[in-house]
Design a protein around this ligand. Structure first.
Ligand SMILES: Cc1cc2nc3c(=O)[nH]c(=O)nc-3n(C[C@H](O)[C@H](O)[C@H](O)COP(=O)(O)O)c2cc1C
Length: 436
């Protein structure tokens, strides 16, 4: 029986990353050169897409100060704008999908639609938007609010926002640009329409002032975790990314999304669920475990982990005793990530949770040689039913060495098993996602 093929994405952020590691990238990250190289490497490995994470604040969640965020500069700050980086990565590649994160809280819908349309043109139909509603009060305070609206309201606003931007994307009919030299007509004004949108939260006249982009609208990526978030994702997204909890959690999440998508009249096969994973790769299984143990025993690991969890939950983890259990906690931020970290009911101390959080960003443990990990990935997809993996590294930070281990070790092992593509079939990201 032929192996069930699956999709691959990579989740990273535009930061200084592993600046003080033995295999640091060197040089300035801000020219985008390293990330262009990374995009080329992922294209060589036929990834579906590279996805840039984003946040819009300098956090002070841990200890009421920005100190540890600025001190470690890992994953959090400084963090540069992904949109110009998307243009550079698009120019450096021909087939790889380029997905960036933008918040519905931050961009006026017209500007976002215009930016997406422009980037989809630059990328020749390979652009995607990771739709987030933001999860931090510090971010809200950079946009004139005192605090984040509650989650349900954020998603209600985002639903209307999506409705509006889709109308803007469609405000140019597919054949509006005629470029008729004889008649001297560039675009047919009868095929470009105002939208006169008046919603509960947004108002916009339209039409968009960019030409219709190759994909019409960008590929929508989303990461809803809460019931409301999953409903939003299942209604809109072409690809859903998730941090699930083990095999059962992965299967449960995908089944839930597929049911919700069908209830919205969508073909569930048009919604590709990618599971966030951190593969730890080495020449032998023992070396792979040693590599992970080295990482979690580094002195900065505790502070970095708690800083990150504080930032995405708006909860100050500096006030909890490392050798006691956590009290019950809820957040208006990333509840799913909090739940995964806290392992409620496990009886574990905060210190144990931190050490186990080497897998915090991994839906399931993937550790060993490229061949061992490739076998495991095949088994997992067989069991959960589909659709692929979103590879990341701890704190979404990345070095050249880590990229090569995946593109030149793991991916060839997957390809030998017929589990991932060996060449792109289509020019656009949406078509490649729907290929299998
Ligand atoms: C793989 C993954 C990537 C995410 N990337 C971002 C991001 O770049 N920026 C952001 O503000 N939120 C990001 N989030 C948070 C989600 O947008 C969402 O808020 C979170 O999964 C919680 O779901 P909920 O909003 O339904 O509670 C990400 C979540 C996951 C699982």
């Amino acid at each position: 029986m032929a192996a069930k093929r699956f999709h691959l994405g990579w989740f990273m952020n535009f930061t200084p990353d592993l600046w003080n590691e033995p295999f640091a990238n060197g040089g300035s990250p801000w020219t985008g050169e390293f990330y262009m190289e990374m995009a080329k490497a992922l294209e060589r490995a036929c990834f579906d897409y590279i996805m840039v994470e984003d946040k819009l604040s300098v956090s002070e969640s841990y200890g009421g100060s920005s100190e540890i965020y600025l001190k470690h500069a890992i994953g959090m700050v400084p963090k540069h704008d992904p949109a110009p980086l998307a243009a550079l990565m698009s120019a450096a590649t021909k087939r790889l999908g380029i997905v960036i994160t933008m918040s519905t809280m931050a961009y006026p819908p017209f500007l976002l639609a215009r930016l997406c349309s422009t980037l989809d043109h630059i990328a020749g139909g390979r652009f995607g938007w990771n739709i987030v509603t933001s999860a931090e009060d510090f971010a809200a305070q950079n946009f004139g609010m005192d605090q984040l609206p509650p989650r349900e309201l954020r998603y209600d606003m985002a639903d209307e926002y999506l409705d509006l931007v889709c109308k803007l994307f469609d405000s140019w009919e597919p054949d509006a640009v005629v470029m008729d030299r004889e008649k001297g007509v560039y675009a047919d004004y009868k095929k470009v329409h105002p939208i006169n949108f008046k919603g509960k939260f947004f108002k916009c006249r339209g039409p968009l002032n960019t030409a219709r982009s190759p994909q019409g609208r960008p590929v929508f990526v989303q990461a809803g975790g809460s019931p409301r978030g999953r409903e939003f994702a299942a209604k809109h997204a072409d690809s859903i990314i998730t941090l699930a909890d083990g095999l059962e959690g992965m299967k449960w999440y995908r089944d839930d999304i597929r049911k919700r998508a069908a209830a919205h009249g969508r073909n569930p096969d048009d919604v590709k669920v990618l599971y966030l994973v951190i593969p730890t790769l080495a020449e032998t299984k023992e070396a792979a475990y040693a590599k992970r143990d080295r990482m979690i025993s580094s002195p900065a690991f505790i502070e970095q982990t708690l800083g990150l969890v504080s930032a995405i939950t708006d909860i100050d983890f500096s006030k909890f005793d490392l050798d006691s259990m956590l009290p019950p906690l809820t957040t208006n931020g990333e509840q799913g990530s909090l739940d995964k970290f806290a392992q409620w009911g496990s009886g574990k101390t905060l210190r144990q949770l931190i050490y186990e959080s080497a897998e915090f960003d991994s839906s399931i443990e993937l550790i060993g040689t490229p061949d061992q990990v490739a076998d495991r990935m095949g088994e997992i997809i067989e069991e959960v039913g589909g659709d692929g993996f979103l590879i990341t590294m701890h704190n979404q930070s990345v070095s050249r060495k880590q990229v090569i281990e995946v593109t030149d070790g793991l991916v060839p092992a997957l390809q030998r098993r017929g589990l991932v593509r060996t060449e792109y079939k289509y020019p656009t990201l949406r078509e490649n996602l729907r290929d299998f």
